[in-house]
Design a protein around this ligand. Structure first.
Ligand SMILES: CC(C)(COP(=O)(O)OP(=O)(O)OC[C@H]1O[C@@H](n2cnc3c(N)ncnc32)[C@H](O)[C@@H]1OP(=O)(O)O)[C@@H](O)C(=O)NCCC(=O)NCCS
Length: 210
């Protein structure tokens, strides 16, 4: 018998690697798509999160080892409170990650972190597109009510994309972050379903229907 997927025979020439990738293109944006981040992505994730410029914006940490990242991913994937997505460009290259933590089903809310791994990819629209795509999914399909995040006050590029999509500044945490020998402030920002500025204009059609 030829190859099968979930017991279903596949046509000749079927390539399980390509088919796997297609199954994974679950949440599509214009410039990016989001898919679950897998163990195989960990080397890219570790390199990205340990990069000096990325670490500066996320907050310094002891460099991740592969084992630590593996444990972290397993714990996150096993929990109902967390989700992590790889941000891929249209060619399938992993350019970053966006994660949800503290998902609370009764309050319909979560905390979000986004990072593009290579500074060369910053400023090309990937971050805005990935965030808009995830928020559309959360608000239009998953019925979330609120998404919040923390951002360093001097991270103007990140604040710009958050405000563009409807996040508002809810609080300023003084001296919250120590970095480069001094304390800086952190902003608490959040967007409610009614404030999100990235809704699909006409609603999305059924997948596969143009
Ligand atoms: C923050 C991040 C996700 C943004 O993604 P991105 O792809 O670089 O951003 P985009 O290209 O989609 O949009 C950047 C916007 O900021 C603007 N911008 C760029 N530099 C800026 C600056 N120094 N000050 C203000 N705005 C700036 C751009 O003009 C653009 O706005 P526009 O679409 O209105 O022109 C990405 O830069 C990143 O991962 N940075 C490192 C990690 C990080 O800071 N994560 C956030 C932690 S809270």
């Amino acid at each position: 018998m030829g190859p099968t997927v979930l017991g279903v025979p596949q046509e000749p020439g079927f390539n399980i690697r390509q088919r796997g990738l297609r199954f994974h293109k679950m949440i599509k944006g214009k410039l990016t798509y989001l898919r679950p981040l897998e163990k195989a992505d960990l080397p890219v994730l570790i390199k990205g999160l340990n990069a000096e410029e990325v670490m500066w914006h996320l907050g310094p940490h002891f460099p991740f080892t592969e084992r630590q990242a593996e444990v972290w991913l397993e714990r996150l994937n096993a929990s109902e409170e967390g989700k992590i997505f790889a941000i891929c460009d249209k060619k399938g290259r992993v350019v970053g990650e966006v994660s949800l933590d503290r998902i609370h089903h009764r309050n319909r809310q979560a905390e979000l972190v986004i990072a593009l791994f290579d500074p060369a990819d910053w400023g090309h629209g990937y971050g805005s597109d990935a965030l808009r795509t995830l928020l559309r999914f959360l608000f239009e399909d998953m019925n979330f009510h609120r998404v919040q995040l923390l951002v360093h006050e001097d991270n103007e590029r990140a604040i710009r994309i958050y405000e563009k999509l409807g996040f508002v500044r809810e609080g300023r945490l003084r001296d919250e972050n120590f970095r480069g020998g001094r304390y800086t402030a952190t902003l608490l920002m959040a967007v409610l379903a009614g404030e999100f500025k990235g809704y699909s204009v006409t609603g999305r059609s059924r997948p596969g229907v143009e």
